[in-house]
Design a protein around this ligand. Sequence first.
Ligand code: IPE
Ligand code: IPE
Ligand code: MG
Length: 235
Amino acid sequence: MANNKIQHIAIIMDGNGRWAEKRGLTRTEGHYAGSSNVKKIVKASIKYKVKYLSLYAFSTENWKRPKTEINILMKLLSRFIKKETEEFHRNNIRLLVSGDITVMPTGIRNEINRVIELTRNNTKFILNVCLNYGSRDEILNAVRSILKDFKKGKIKEERIDEKLFQKYLYNGELLPDPDLLIRTSGELRISNFLLWQIAYSEFYFTQTLWPDFNEQELGKAIEVYKKRNRRFGGL
Ligand code: IPE
Ligand code: IPE
Ligand code: MG
């Protein structure tokens, strides 16, 4: 029986809106509940000896949503950073952000950069928040950066392999590929998340909506993952 090691979990945190709708609440309240759940899942991940957690918080496609909802998501994000980071720092947790944050409101951007800097040397756990993240955008960015370095003579064409390419992805030098990808809320799609990195990840889809996804559910996902037969193309 397999007993796979688990190092990195990635989660598509979906279903805040439907969670609220089911309760006759506003979407805002759904997002509020969803953002409160993040801390619990960070704690649970540490308890389960996971080392890296990547969370899909805002996609490059989420800008299509109404302005009012986008504003609420940004507010919750800044509230989360203000409220939780001191405790994360005390607990030796490092915060990373993957995505193009140059387009985020200046206040939030400064706050994010401050926290990344503050927690830079923390080693117990890495929380990677994917913000204005899109995998196609990430891959195109990598291609552009590689071209620039090629033109400067920093890299040779023959050296462009998978390992080098990965280094040009967001935090590519720091994050191993996810072992397990979880999506809540019953949707069976990837929605432009980590397309390069999940080539050999195990998938776990659950009907549970993100605000209801708890320590026990995470434990169940990990148990299922551990029993999977990972072959990576071998036998
Ligand atoms: C996930 O919940 C949060 C974000 C995408 C920011 P949704 O807002 O997508 O919730 P549903 O899918 O409408 O239920
Ligand atoms: C994916 O959820 C993005 C995040 C969880 C941040 P969406 O709700 O935006 O995805 P679709 O639109 O259902 O594919
Ligand atoms: Mg959704």
